[in-house]
Design a protein around this ligand. Structure first.
Ligand code: C5P
Length: 235
C-alpha cells in the first residue's frame, strides 16, 4: 500500500467537488486528479473516432491508448488546459453533452478498468486530491480522508447553469436539471463502481452552504484526520 497520501472527494455532478479540490490543492500543495475529465476525454475521443459510445471493447481500447495532457492554463476559469492529441479541448470537454457522453462510457466496466492505471499514476508526493465518483470506493480505497460531497439536484442545476453561463455557454436551466437527474440515475444505478459514498466517507450536503463554508468543513475533517503530517505546506 502506498505511503503517499490521498484525499478522495466523491459525489454527484455539480456538488462543488472541483472548486473544493482546487482550494485544497492550493492549501496542501497536493497534486490533483480530475477523474471526470478522463471520462470526458474518452467520450470525446470516441466521438471523434466515430465509435458507438456503448461499444465496450473499442472504447476501452481507445481509453487505454488515450493521448492526453494537462498543462497550466494562462487564461480563463479552468486551472488547467486539457489536450487530446494535437488539439486543446479544455472547453469542449466541459459542455453538458460531453458530460452525458462521459457518463455513457463510464458505465462500461472495461473502460473503467482501462483508466485505472492512468488514475493511479497521479499519486505522487507530496500527495493527491482525487475528485470523482469512485475515488474512495474503488480507485483509492486506502485514501486517508474520504469526503462525499452532495447537494440537491435543483441546487446543482442552478450552480451548473451559472458556471456554464460564466463560460459563455448557452444553456437552459430546465434542460440542465433534466440532464443532471438522468446522469445521477445512470451513475448511481450502474453495476460497476456506482456512485455511492464509501463506508468510511464523511458526507457533506452543500445545498445550504457557501463554498467557503464547505471548504471550512472539509478542512476541519482533514485537520482531524491523521493525514496531516510534515509533508503539507498548509498553515
Ligand atoms: O465529474 P464530471 O461531471 O466531470 O464527470 C463526468 C462523468 O464521468 C460523470 O457523470 C460520471 O458518469 C463519470 N465519472 C465516473 N467516475 C469518476 C468520475 C467521473 O464514472 N471517477
Amino acid at each position: 500500500m502506498s505511503e503517499i497520501k490521498v484525499i478522495a472527494i466523491d459525489g454527484p455532478s455539480g456538488a462543488g467537488k472541483g472548486a473544493v479540490t482546487q482550494a485544497l490543492a492550493a492549501r496542501t500543495g497536493f497534486h490533483v486528479l480530475d477523474s471526470g475529465a478522463l471520462y470526458r476525454l474518452v467520450g470525446l475521443a470516441a466521438r471523434r473516432s466515430g465509435l458507438d459510445l456503448t461499444s465496450e471493447k473499442a472504447v476501452a481500447k481507445l481509453a487505454r491508448e488515450l493521448d492526453i495532457a494537462f498543462k497550466p492554463a494562462y487564461e480563463g476559469p479552468e486551472p488547467l488546459a486539457v489536450w487530446l492529441g494535437d488539439s486543446e479541448v479544455t472547453h469542449q470537454i466541459r459542455t453538458d453533452e460531453a458530460g452525458v457522453d462521459a457518463s455513457t462510457v463510464a458505465a462500461l466496466p472495461k473502460v473503467r478498468e482501462a483508466l485505472e492505471d492512468l488514475q493511479l499514476s497521479f499519486r505522487k508526493p507530496p500527495g493527491l486530491i482525487a475528485d470523482g465518483r469512485d475515488m474512495g470506493t474503488v480507485v483509492f480505497k486506502d485514501a486517508g480522508v474520504k469526503i462525499f460531497l452532495t447537494a440537491s439536484a435543483s441546487v446543482r442545476a442552478d450552480r451548473r447553469y451559472n458556471q456554464l453561463k460564466t463560460k459563455g455557454m448557452d444553456v437552459s436551466l430546465a434542460d440542465l436539471l433534466e440532464s443532471i437527474e438522468a446522469r445521477d440515475k445512470r451513475d448511481s444505478n450502474r453495476s460497476t463502481s456506482p456512485l455511492v459514498p464509501a463506508e468510511d466517507a464523511i458526507i457533506i450536503d452543500s445545498s445550504d452552504l457557501s463554498l467557503a463554508e464547505v471548504i471550512a468543513r472539509v478542512w476541519s475533517v482533514i485537520e482531524n484526520s491523521d493525514l496531516m503530517g510534515a509533508n503539507t505546506n498548509a498553515d
